[in-house]
Design a binder for this molecule. Structure first.
Ligand code: NZQ
Ligand code: ZN
Length: 385
Protein backbone atom coordinates (compact mmCIF):
# COMPACT_ATOMS: atom_id res chain seq x y z
CA UNK A 1 0.00 0.00 0.00
CA UNK A 2 0.99 3.65 -0.42
CA UNK A 3 2.39 5.80 2.40
CA UNK A 4 -0.26 7.78 4.21
CA UNK A 5 -1.01 10.19 7.03
CA UNK A 6 -4.12 9.19 8.92
CA UNK A 7 -6.09 12.11 10.30
CA UNK A 8 -9.48 12.22 11.97
CA UNK A 9 -10.02 14.80 14.68
CA UNK A 10 -13.77 14.25 15.29
CA UNK A 11 -14.69 13.16 18.84
CA UNK A 12 -17.73 10.88 18.80
CA UNK A 13 -20.37 10.68 21.53
CA UNK A 14 -22.28 7.52 20.69
CA UNK A 15 -25.46 6.11 22.20
CA UNK A 16 -28.72 6.85 23.98
CA UNK A 17 -29.01 10.21 25.68
CA UNK A 18 -25.72 11.50 24.29
CA UNK A 19 -27.21 14.77 23.06
CA UNK A 20 -26.63 15.93 26.65
CA UNK A 21 -22.89 15.83 25.85
CA UNK A 22 -23.31 19.12 23.96
CA UNK A 23 -23.11 20.91 27.28
CA UNK A 24 -19.59 19.67 27.90
CA UNK A 25 -18.45 20.32 24.32
CA UNK A 26 -19.57 23.91 23.73
CA UNK A 27 -18.03 26.79 25.68
CA UNK A 28 -20.49 28.49 28.04
CA UNK A 29 -19.95 31.79 26.19
CA UNK A 30 -20.39 30.28 22.72
CA UNK A 31 -22.65 32.08 20.24
CA UNK A 32 -24.19 29.15 18.44
CA UNK A 33 -26.00 28.86 15.10
CA UNK A 34 -28.26 25.80 15.20
CA UNK A 35 -28.74 24.70 11.59
CA UNK A 36 -31.58 22.35 10.66
CA UNK A 37 -33.62 20.97 7.79
CA UNK A 38 -37.33 21.09 7.15
CA UNK A 39 -38.50 20.40 10.67
CA UNK A 40 -38.22 16.67 11.47
CA UNK A 41 -36.20 17.55 14.58
CA UNK A 42 -39.12 19.53 15.97
CA UNK A 43 -41.56 16.62 15.71
CA UNK A 44 -39.30 13.89 17.06
CA UNK A 45 -38.07 15.63 20.18
CA UNK A 46 -34.44 16.02 19.05
CA UNK A 47 -34.71 19.81 18.93
CA UNK A 48 -36.05 19.92 22.50
CA UNK A 49 -33.16 17.73 23.71
CA UNK A 50 -30.64 19.95 21.97
CA UNK A 51 -32.11 23.15 23.43
CA UNK A 52 -32.10 21.58 26.89
CA UNK A 53 -28.42 20.69 26.54
CA UNK A 54 -27.54 24.17 25.29
CA UNK A 55 -29.00 25.74 28.43
CA UNK A 56 -28.49 29.50 28.66
CA UNK A 57 -26.09 29.82 25.73
CA UNK A 58 -26.83 32.38 23.02
CA UNK A 59 -28.44 30.41 20.21
CA UNK A 60 -29.65 31.50 16.79
CA UNK A 61 -31.65 29.07 14.70
CA UNK A 62 -31.76 28.59 10.96
CA UNK A 63 -34.28 26.05 9.62
CA UNK A 64 -34.88 25.21 5.99
CA UNK A 65 -31.67 23.59 4.79
CA UNK A 66 -33.06 21.36 2.05
CA UNK A 67 -32.01 17.86 0.98
CA UNK A 68 -29.04 18.51 -1.33
CA UNK A 69 -28.34 21.79 0.47
CA UNK A 70 -28.51 24.84 -1.72
CA UNK A 71 -25.92 27.58 -1.96
CA UNK A 72 -28.51 30.37 -2.01
CA UNK A 73 -30.25 29.07 1.12
CA UNK A 74 -26.97 28.65 2.96
CA UNK A 75 -25.82 32.15 2.10
CA UNK A 76 -28.74 33.41 4.23
CA UNK A 77 -27.27 31.49 7.17
CA UNK A 78 -23.86 32.99 6.38
CA UNK A 79 -25.40 36.45 6.74
CA UNK A 80 -26.70 35.57 10.23
CA UNK A 81 -23.27 34.26 11.25
CA UNK A 82 -21.58 37.47 10.13
CA UNK A 83 -24.21 39.80 11.55
CA UNK A 84 -24.55 38.07 14.94
CA UNK A 85 -20.87 37.20 15.39
CA UNK A 86 -21.70 33.51 15.71
CA UNK A 87 -18.66 31.44 16.72
CA UNK A 88 -19.94 27.82 16.63
CA UNK A 89 -22.04 26.05 13.99
CA UNK A 90 -24.31 23.26 15.27
CA UNK A 91 -25.97 21.24 12.51
CA UNK A 92 -28.76 18.98 13.76
CA UNK A 93 -29.82 16.70 10.93
CA UNK A 94 -28.65 14.43 8.14
CA UNK A 95 -25.85 14.74 5.63
CA UNK A 96 -27.42 17.75 3.95
CA UNK A 97 -27.58 19.79 7.14
CA UNK A 98 -24.06 18.80 8.20
CA UNK A 99 -22.67 19.50 4.73
CA UNK A 100 -24.51 22.81 4.78
CA UNK A 101 -22.90 23.64 8.13
CA UNK A 102 -19.44 22.95 6.69
CA UNK A 103 -20.11 25.39 3.88
CA UNK A 104 -21.46 28.05 6.27
CA UNK A 105 -18.46 27.57 8.59
CA UNK A 106 -16.06 28.04 5.68
CA UNK A 107 -17.98 30.77 3.83
CA UNK A 108 -18.52 33.12 6.79
CA UNK A 109 -14.84 34.11 7.15
CA UNK A 110 -14.11 33.71 3.40
CA UNK A 111 -12.96 36.79 1.55
CA UNK A 112 -14.31 36.77 -1.98
CA UNK A 113 -17.19 34.93 -3.63
CA UNK A 114 -17.94 31.82 -1.51
CA UNK A 115 -18.84 29.79 -4.63
CA UNK A 116 -15.08 29.75 -5.24
CA UNK A 117 -14.84 27.35 -2.29
CA UNK A 118 -16.60 24.78 -4.48
CA UNK A 119 -14.78 25.69 -7.68
CA UNK A 120 -11.41 25.27 -5.94
CA UNK A 121 -12.68 22.19 -4.04
CA UNK A 122 -11.68 23.67 -0.69
CA UNK A 123 -8.00 24.03 -1.54
CA UNK A 124 -7.86 27.78 -0.87
CA UNK A 125 -9.53 27.80 2.54
CA UNK A 126 -7.57 29.45 5.33
CA UNK A 127 -10.06 29.20 8.18
CA UNK A 128 -13.49 27.96 9.20
CA UNK A 129 -15.65 28.28 12.28
CA UNK A 130 -15.78 25.22 14.56
CA UNK A 131 -18.59 22.73 13.94
CA UNK A 132 -20.25 20.26 16.30
CA UNK A 133 -22.87 17.95 14.78
CA UNK A 134 -25.93 16.04 15.98
CA UNK A 135 -26.66 13.29 13.45
CA UNK A 136 -30.25 12.24 12.71
CA UNK A 137 -29.72 10.25 9.48
CA UNK A 138 -26.88 7.72 9.15
CA UNK A 139 -25.34 7.32 5.71
CA UNK A 140 -23.13 10.07 4.37
CA UNK A 141 -20.37 9.89 6.99
CA UNK A 142 -20.35 13.70 7.00
CA UNK A 143 -20.42 13.60 10.81
CA UNK A 144 -16.80 12.42 10.84
CA UNK A 145 -15.18 13.67 7.65
CA UNK A 146 -14.02 16.88 6.00
CA UNK A 147 -16.21 16.68 2.89
CA UNK A 148 -19.25 18.71 1.87
CA UNK A 149 -21.44 18.58 -1.22
CA UNK A 150 -23.33 21.74 -2.16
CA UNK A 151 -25.98 22.18 -4.83
CA UNK A 152 -26.72 25.41 -6.64
CA UNK A 153 -30.05 24.98 -8.34
CA UNK A 154 -29.91 28.39 -9.98
CA UNK A 155 -27.12 27.15 -12.24
CA UNK A 156 -27.91 23.39 -12.13
CA UNK A 157 -24.68 22.39 -10.39
CA UNK A 158 -23.74 20.07 -7.52
CA UNK A 159 -20.10 20.25 -6.43
CA UNK A 160 -18.01 19.03 -3.49
CA UNK A 161 -15.23 20.51 -1.42
CA UNK A 162 -12.89 18.87 1.07
CA UNK A 163 -10.85 20.48 3.82
CA UNK A 164 -9.38 19.38 7.13
CA UNK A 165 -10.71 22.70 8.50
CA UNK A 166 -14.34 21.54 8.33
CA UNK A 167 -14.16 18.23 10.14
CA UNK A 168 -16.70 18.45 12.97
CA UNK A 169 -14.85 18.96 16.27
CA UNK A 170 -17.33 16.50 17.75
CA UNK A 171 -20.42 14.61 16.67
CA UNK A 172 -23.28 13.13 18.65
CA UNK A 173 -24.56 9.80 17.30
CA UNK A 174 -27.68 8.77 19.19
CA UNK A 175 -29.37 5.94 17.26
CA UNK A 176 -32.70 6.86 18.88
CA UNK A 177 -32.55 10.25 17.15
CA UNK A 178 -32.89 8.34 13.86
CA UNK A 179 -35.95 6.21 14.77
CA UNK A 180 -38.40 8.55 13.02
CA UNK A 181 -36.68 8.24 9.64
CA UNK A 182 -39.04 7.18 6.87
CA UNK A 183 -38.15 3.88 5.20
CA UNK A 184 -36.94 5.66 2.08
CA UNK A 185 -34.38 7.74 4.00
CA UNK A 186 -32.87 4.97 6.13
CA UNK A 187 -32.68 2.74 3.06
CA UNK A 188 -30.90 5.57 1.25
CA UNK A 189 -28.43 5.90 4.11
CA UNK A 190 -27.52 2.21 4.11
CA UNK A 191 -27.12 2.20 0.33
CA UNK A 192 -25.01 5.38 0.35
CA UNK A 193 -22.63 3.98 2.98
CA UNK A 194 -22.35 0.64 1.18
CA UNK A 195 -21.35 2.51 -1.97
CA UNK A 196 -18.79 4.58 -0.05
CA UNK A 197 -17.10 1.35 1.02
CA UNK A 198 -17.18 -0.02 -2.52
CA UNK A 199 -15.58 3.08 -3.96
CA UNK A 200 -12.61 2.77 -1.61
CA UNK A 201 -12.36 -1.01 -1.92
CA UNK A 202 -13.39 -2.18 -5.37
CA UNK A 203 -10.35 -1.06 -7.38
CA UNK A 204 -7.24 -3.24 -7.62
CA UNK A 205 -5.25 -5.08 -4.93
CA UNK A 206 -2.38 -3.22 -3.23
CA UNK A 207 -1.81 -5.61 -0.35
CA UNK A 208 -3.71 -3.44 2.13
CA UNK A 209 -4.95 -6.24 4.37
CA UNK A 210 -6.38 -4.09 7.15
CA UNK A 211 -8.29 -1.78 4.82
CA UNK A 212 -9.64 -4.73 2.81
CA UNK A 213 -10.76 -6.81 5.79
CA UNK A 214 -12.19 -3.75 7.47
CA UNK A 215 -14.10 -2.69 4.33
CA UNK A 216 -15.45 -6.24 3.96
CA UNK A 217 -16.67 -6.27 7.54
CA UNK A 218 -18.37 -2.87 7.24
CA UNK A 219 -20.16 -4.18 4.13
CA UNK A 220 -21.08 -7.38 5.99
CA UNK A 221 -22.67 -5.37 8.81
CA UNK A 222 -24.62 -3.22 6.34
CA UNK A 223 -25.82 -6.34 4.48
CA UNK A 224 -26.94 -8.06 7.71
CA UNK A 225 -28.28 -5.13 9.71
CA UNK A 226 -29.34 -2.68 6.98
CA UNK A 227 -32.49 -4.43 5.72
CA UNK A 228 -33.38 -5.39 9.31
CA UNK A 229 -33.11 -1.78 10.40
CA UNK A 230 -35.20 -0.58 7.44
CA UNK A 231 -37.99 -3.00 8.39
CA UNK A 232 -37.73 -2.45 12.15
CA UNK A 233 -36.95 1.23 12.59
CA UNK A 234 -37.07 1.19 16.39
CA UNK A 235 -34.86 -1.89 16.87
CA UNK A 236 -32.07 -0.14 18.76
CA UNK A 237 -29.45 -2.82 18.26
CA UNK A 238 -29.86 -3.01 14.50
CA UNK A 239 -29.96 0.77 14.14
CA UNK A 240 -26.93 1.25 16.40
CA UNK A 241 -24.89 -1.09 14.20
CA UNK A 242 -26.06 0.72 11.07
CA UNK A 243 -25.14 4.13 12.49
CA UNK A 244 -21.66 3.02 13.50
CA UNK A 245 -21.07 1.18 10.21
CA UNK A 246 -22.04 4.21 8.12
CA UNK A 247 -19.63 6.42 10.06
CA UNK A 248 -16.74 4.02 9.47
CA UNK A 249 -17.64 3.74 5.80
CA UNK A 250 -16.49 7.31 5.21
CA UNK A 251 -14.42 8.58 8.12
CA UNK A 252 -11.21 8.03 6.16
CA UNK A 253 -10.01 4.85 7.83
CA UNK A 254 -10.68 2.30 5.08
CA UNK A 255 -9.50 4.64 2.34
CA UNK A 256 -5.98 5.37 3.52
CA UNK A 257 -3.14 4.08 1.39
CA UNK A 258 -5.41 2.49 -1.22
CA UNK A 259 -6.54 3.50 -4.71
CA UNK A 260 -10.06 4.92 -4.80
CA UNK A 261 -12.71 5.24 -7.48
CA UNK A 262 -15.28 7.99 -6.89
CA UNK A 263 -16.68 7.83 -10.42
CA UNK A 264 -20.09 6.57 -9.23
CA UNK A 265 -20.43 9.59 -6.95
CA UNK A 266 -19.32 12.00 -9.65
CA UNK A 267 -21.80 10.61 -12.15
CA UNK A 268 -24.48 10.37 -9.46
CA UNK A 269 -24.10 14.03 -8.50
CA UNK A 270 -24.84 14.97 -12.10
CA UNK A 271 -28.06 12.93 -12.01
CA UNK A 272 -29.12 14.73 -8.82
CA UNK A 273 -28.26 18.14 -10.26
CA UNK A 274 -30.17 17.43 -13.48
CA UNK A 275 -33.10 15.36 -12.23
CA UNK A 276 -33.30 15.77 -8.44
CA UNK A 277 -32.93 12.02 -7.79
CA UNK A 278 -32.01 11.21 -4.16
CA UNK A 279 -28.22 10.91 -3.79
CA UNK A 280 -28.20 7.23 -2.77
CA UNK A 281 -30.59 6.28 -5.57
CA UNK A 282 -28.24 7.73 -8.17
CA UNK A 283 -25.53 5.44 -6.79
CA UNK A 284 -27.81 2.39 -6.96
CA UNK A 285 -28.27 3.17 -10.65
CA UNK A 286 -24.63 3.88 -11.46
CA UNK A 287 -22.52 1.42 -9.44
CA UNK A 288 -23.81 -1.93 -10.82
CA UNK A 289 -23.43 -0.58 -14.32
CA UNK A 290 -19.96 0.84 -13.60
CA UNK A 291 -18.81 -2.53 -12.24
CA UNK A 292 -20.03 -4.15 -15.45
CA UNK A 293 -18.26 -1.68 -17.75
CA UNK A 294 -15.06 -1.78 -15.67
CA UNK A 295 -15.07 -5.52 -14.91
CA UNK A 296 -11.76 -6.25 -16.64
CA UNK A 297 -9.84 -3.54 -14.79
CA UNK A 298 -11.47 -4.51 -11.49
CA UNK A 299 -11.45 -8.29 -11.98
CA UNK A 300 -9.12 -9.27 -9.14
CA UNK A 301 -10.99 -7.22 -6.56
CA UNK A 302 -14.39 -8.30 -7.90
CA UNK A 303 -13.37 -11.92 -7.35
CA UNK A 304 -12.19 -11.15 -3.81
CA UNK A 305 -15.45 -9.29 -3.12
CA UNK A 306 -17.53 -12.15 -4.53
CA UNK A 307 -15.81 -14.62 -2.25
CA UNK A 308 -15.45 -12.71 0.98
CA UNK A 309 -18.62 -10.62 0.97
CA UNK A 310 -21.07 -12.84 -0.94
CA UNK A 311 -19.58 -16.31 -0.36
CA UNK A 312 -19.16 -17.04 -4.10
CA UNK A 313 -15.92 -18.95 -4.61
CA UNK A 314 -16.57 -21.53 -7.31
CA UNK A 315 -17.11 -21.33 -11.05
CA UNK A 316 -15.26 -19.41 -13.71
CA UNK A 317 -13.90 -15.94 -13.00
CA UNK A 318 -16.54 -14.49 -15.30
CA UNK A 319 -19.37 -16.23 -13.49
CA UNK A 320 -18.06 -15.13 -10.09
CA UNK A 321 -17.88 -11.54 -11.32
CA UNK A 322 -21.41 -11.82 -12.71
CA UNK A 323 -22.56 -13.04 -9.29
CA UNK A 324 -20.78 -10.18 -7.50
CA UNK A 325 -22.48 -7.59 -9.69
CA UNK A 326 -25.88 -9.29 -9.44
CA UNK A 327 -25.59 -9.44 -5.63
CA UNK A 328 -24.70 -5.75 -5.49
CA UNK A 329 -27.76 -4.82 -7.54
CA UNK A 330 -29.85 -7.24 -5.49
CA UNK A 331 -28.76 -5.58 -2.25
CA UNK A 332 -29.89 -2.13 -3.39
CA UNK A 333 -33.18 -3.59 -4.56
CA UNK A 334 -33.68 -5.47 -1.30
CA UNK A 335 -33.35 -2.12 0.45
CA UNK A 336 -36.04 -0.75 -1.85
CA UNK A 337 -33.84 1.27 -4.22
CA UNK A 338 -34.52 0.84 -7.92
CA UNK A 339 -31.43 0.48 -10.09
CA UNK A 340 -32.32 1.70 -13.59
CA UNK A 341 -32.66 5.20 -14.98
CA UNK A 342 -36.06 4.33 -16.40
CA UNK A 343 -37.28 3.67 -12.82
CA UNK A 344 -36.78 7.39 -12.25
CA UNK A 345 -38.30 8.41 -15.59
CA UNK A 346 -34.94 9.49 -16.95
CA UNK A 347 -34.27 8.68 -20.61
CA UNK A 348 -30.99 7.38 -22.09
CA UNK A 349 -30.07 10.81 -23.49
CA UNK A 350 -28.86 11.80 -20.05
CA UNK A 351 -25.74 9.74 -20.82
CA UNK A 352 -24.39 12.12 -23.44
CA UNK A 353 -25.58 15.13 -21.47
CA UNK A 354 -23.57 14.07 -18.40
CA UNK A 355 -20.52 13.32 -20.55
CA UNK A 356 -20.79 16.81 -22.05
CA UNK A 357 -21.00 18.41 -18.61
CA UNK A 358 -17.83 16.59 -17.50
CA UNK A 359 -15.99 17.72 -20.63
CA UNK A 360 -17.12 21.32 -20.15
CA UNK A 361 -15.75 21.26 -16.61
CA UNK A 362 -12.50 19.57 -17.56
CA UNK A 363 -13.36 16.41 -15.58
CA UNK A 364 -11.93 14.04 -18.13
CA UNK A 365 -10.03 11.39 -16.17
CA UNK A 366 -11.34 9.77 -13.03
CA UNK A 367 -11.54 6.38 -11.38
CA UNK A 368 -8.65 4.55 -9.71
CA UNK A 369 -6.37 4.73 -12.76
CA UNK A 370 -7.83 7.80 -14.42
CA UNK A 371 -9.42 5.52 -16.98
CA UNK A 372 -12.99 6.73 -16.55
CA UNK A 373 -13.36 9.35 -19.26
CA UNK A 374 -16.54 11.17 -20.26
CA UNK A 375 -16.95 8.49 -22.95
CA UNK A 376 -16.81 5.71 -20.34
CA UNK A 377 -19.23 7.63 -18.10
CA UNK A 378 -21.59 7.80 -21.08
CA UNK A 379 -21.25 4.06 -21.63
CA UNK A 380 -22.00 3.41 -17.94
CA UNK A 381 -25.16 5.49 -18.06
CA UNK A 382 -26.31 3.92 -21.34
CA UNK A 383 -25.99 0.51 -19.72
CA UNK A 384 -28.01 1.78 -16.72
CA UNK A 385 -31.00 2.74 -18.87
O1 NZQ B 1 -35.24 18.28 6.54
P1 NZQ B 1 -35.80 17.39 7.56
O2 NZQ B 1 -37.18 17.76 7.97
O3 NZQ B 1 -34.91 17.18 8.74
O4 NZQ B 1 -36.00 15.94 6.85
C1 NZQ B 1 -34.90 15.20 6.37
C2 NZQ B 1 -34.79 15.20 4.86
O5 NZQ B 1 -36.02 15.44 4.24
C3 NZQ B 1 -35.14 13.77 6.70
N1 NZQ B 1 -34.67 13.40 8.04
C4 NZQ B 1 -33.41 13.50 8.54
N2 NZQ B 1 -33.35 12.98 9.78
C5 NZQ B 1 -34.61 12.57 10.09
C6 NZQ B 1 -35.46 12.84 8.98
N3 NZQ B 1 -36.76 12.55 8.97
C7 NZQ B 1 -37.27 11.95 10.06
N4 NZQ B 1 -36.53 11.65 11.16
C8 NZQ B 1 -35.20 11.93 11.20
N5 NZQ B 1 -34.46 11.55 12.26
O6 NZQ B 1 -34.40 13.06 5.73
C9 NZQ B 1 -34.42 13.79 4.52
C10 NZQ B 1 -33.09 13.65 3.81
O7 NZQ B 1 -32.05 14.23 4.58
P2 NZQ B 1 -30.59 14.48 3.96
O8 NZQ B 1 -29.78 15.11 5.02
O9 NZQ B 1 -30.74 15.18 2.65
O10 NZQ B 1 -30.10 13.01 3.62
P3 NZQ B 1 -28.65 12.40 3.61
O11 NZQ B 1 -28.11 12.24 4.97
O12 NZQ B 1 -28.77 11.21 2.76
O13 NZQ B 1 -27.73 13.50 2.90
C11 NZQ B 1 -27.63 13.62 1.50
C12 NZQ B 1 -26.64 14.72 1.12
O14 NZQ B 1 -25.31 14.39 1.57
C13 NZQ B 1 -24.39 14.47 0.46
C14 NZQ B 1 -25.27 14.11 -0.71
O15 NZQ B 1 -24.70 14.47 -1.93
C15 NZQ B 1 -26.54 14.88 -0.40
O16 NZQ B 1 -26.41 16.23 -0.77
N6 NZQ B 1 -23.22 13.60 0.70
C16 NZQ B 1 -22.28 14.03 1.57
C17 NZQ B 1 -21.10 13.34 1.81
C18 NZQ B 1 -20.06 13.80 2.74
N7 NZQ B 1 -20.20 14.97 3.33
O17 NZQ B 1 -19.07 13.12 2.97
C19 NZQ B 1 -20.81 12.09 1.12
C20 NZQ B 1 -21.99 11.49 0.46
O18 NZQ B 1 -21.50 10.69 -0.57
C21 NZQ B 1 -22.97 12.45 -0.11
O19 NZQ B 1 -22.53 12.90 -1.39
ZN1 ZN C 1 -22.56 9.20 -0.97
Amino acid sequence: MENFTYFNPTRIHFGRGQIAALDGELPAQARVLLLAGGGSIRTNGVHAQVRRALGARTVFEFFGVEANPDFDTLMKAVEIVRRERVDWILPVGGGSVIDGAKFVAAAAPYEGDPWEILLTRGSKLKSALPIGAVLTLPGTGSEANGASVISRRAIVQKLAFISPLVFPRFSVLDPEATFTLPERQIANGVADAFTHVMEQYLTYPVNAAIQDRFAESVMGVLIDEGPRSVKNPTDYDARANVVWATTWALNGAIGVGVPQDWASHMIGHELTALHGIDHARTLAVVLPSLLQVRRAAKGAKLAQYAERVWGVSTGSLDSRIDAAIANTRGFYEKLGLRTHLSDYKVGPDVASEVAGRFRARGFVKFGERGEVTPEIAEQILRLAA
